[in-house]
Ligand binder design. Structure first.
Ligand SMILES: [Zn+2]
Length: 363
């Protein structure tokens, strides 16, 4: 237990604020200290209504504007690097104008931008809801955002949501859905010395692999963005011993599908491709349409001046999409550096993201 809360200066340079956030270790499950500091800083701002739920915090302007925008980011990080000498750790460190530390890109730069905007925009042109949440980097059932959706749906209402995950300053709209399947072949066990008495379930799986290998994944245009799908065997298991004809093989498949498909559409697609085999869906999460035709979204893209791109991985924009709120990713830092041992971000990238959102929300 910490006896006191670290005071965050939300009016300091946004890159320095990022460093201060990194210096409070907040690996998933250990967000309390950072959440306390964020809550205290937000409660000192009289223009915000602040609600805390576990280690998640929602802060809202209540100006009665026509439109409400949500800016969301997670407080947690993945574990610290184990390799000695790694710079993507805690505390943060500077190399010239480049900030190193765990969470620099994923995503304390984005959280610093949210906090700096929250302090600066006492009278924004659009009402703003700032959402900070815990447990993003772990299994989806623990997600602080998922918990807020259940506990405080009314606080998450809005016209448009921006997740400040790292996109290197570009706008990434929507995301592909994801689903997993188990495809099973059944044979007949026998001693391998008398193989003709059995039926080989591993050999039977060859046809599954052939169809997957020959399958051409589609690229699908949704609301003007091109989503590239992928369908792959990701695991295979079968066989019991070196002298037994295997009687069962399971091929696990991961299908990343464009956001014009529902999980049921995706399942029908896989069943059709693997017609004749036993297919069981084990997991599915819907994608999110980019929703860039919504006026608030179009206005945002124009103000930021970036060419929108599709997001292939599944992200929390899908949770907003499920609430009927179009959502995009827009944040500082290179997503490819996220979770790496030498995670870093140029200070200027954080400042530029802050300036772009400040311009748009003030106009
Ligand atoms: Zn992240």
């Amino acid at each position: 237990m910490t006896a006191f809360t670290t005071a965050l200066d939300l009016t300091s340079d946004v890159a320095d604020l990022t460093a201060a956030l990194i210096d409070i270790n907040s690996v998933s499950g250990n967000e309390r200290e950072l959440a306390d500091a964020v809550e205290a800083a937000l409660r000192s701002l009289p223009h915000l209504q602040v609600t805390r739920d576990g280690d998640a915090i929602v802060a809202r302007t209540e100006l009665g504007r026509d439109e409400r925008v949500i800016l969301a980011g997670h407080l947690d990080t993945v574990p610290l690097p184990l390799t000695a000498g790694s710079r993507g750790t805690v505390p943060s460190s500077w190399d010239g104008e480049v900030l190193y530390g765990r969470g620099t890109t994923d995503m304390k730069g984005g959280v610093a931008v949210q906090l700096a905007l929250a302090a600066r925009l006492a009278d924004p042109a659009r009402d703003v809801t700032y959402v900070f949440y815990d447990h993003e980097e772990v299994e989806a059932s623990l997600s602080g955002l998922g918990r807020l959706v259940v506990n405080y749906p009314e606080l998450l209402q809005g016209d448009f949501a921006i997740l400040l995950e790292p996109t290197d300053g570009t706008v990434e709209g929507g995301c592909n859905g994801t689903s997993r399947f188990e495809v099973t072949t059944v044979g007949k066990a026998a001693h391998s010395a008398r193989a003709w008495m059995g039926q080989n379930a591993i050999h039977a799986a060859a046809e599954i692999l052939t169809r997957l290998r020959d399958h051409e994944p589609a690229t699908v245009a949704v609301d003007g963005l091109e989503y590239r799908e992928s369908l792959n065997a990701v695991k295979i298991h079968g066989g019991t011993a070196g002298n037994v004809i295997p009687d069962r093989t399971v091929v696990e498949i991961n299908y990343r599908f464009a956001p014009d498909k529902t999980p049921d559409d995706a399942e029908a697609y896989v069943r059709n491709l693997l017609d004749g085999f036993s297919v069981i869906r084990t997991d599915a999460a819907a994608g999110a349409r980019p929703g860039l035709n919504h006026p608030a979204a179009a206005d945002f893209v124009a103000a930021v001046g970036a060419e929108p791109k599709p997001k292939y991985g599944w992200t929390d924009v899908a949770r907003f999409s499920a609430l009927g709120i179009p959502a995009v990713n827009f944040g500082p830092g290179d997503a490819l550096l996220a979770h790496t041992d030498n995670e870093h971000v140029p200070a200027e990238a954080i400042r530029e993201c802050f300036r772009a959102l400040d311009r748009w929300l003030s106009a």
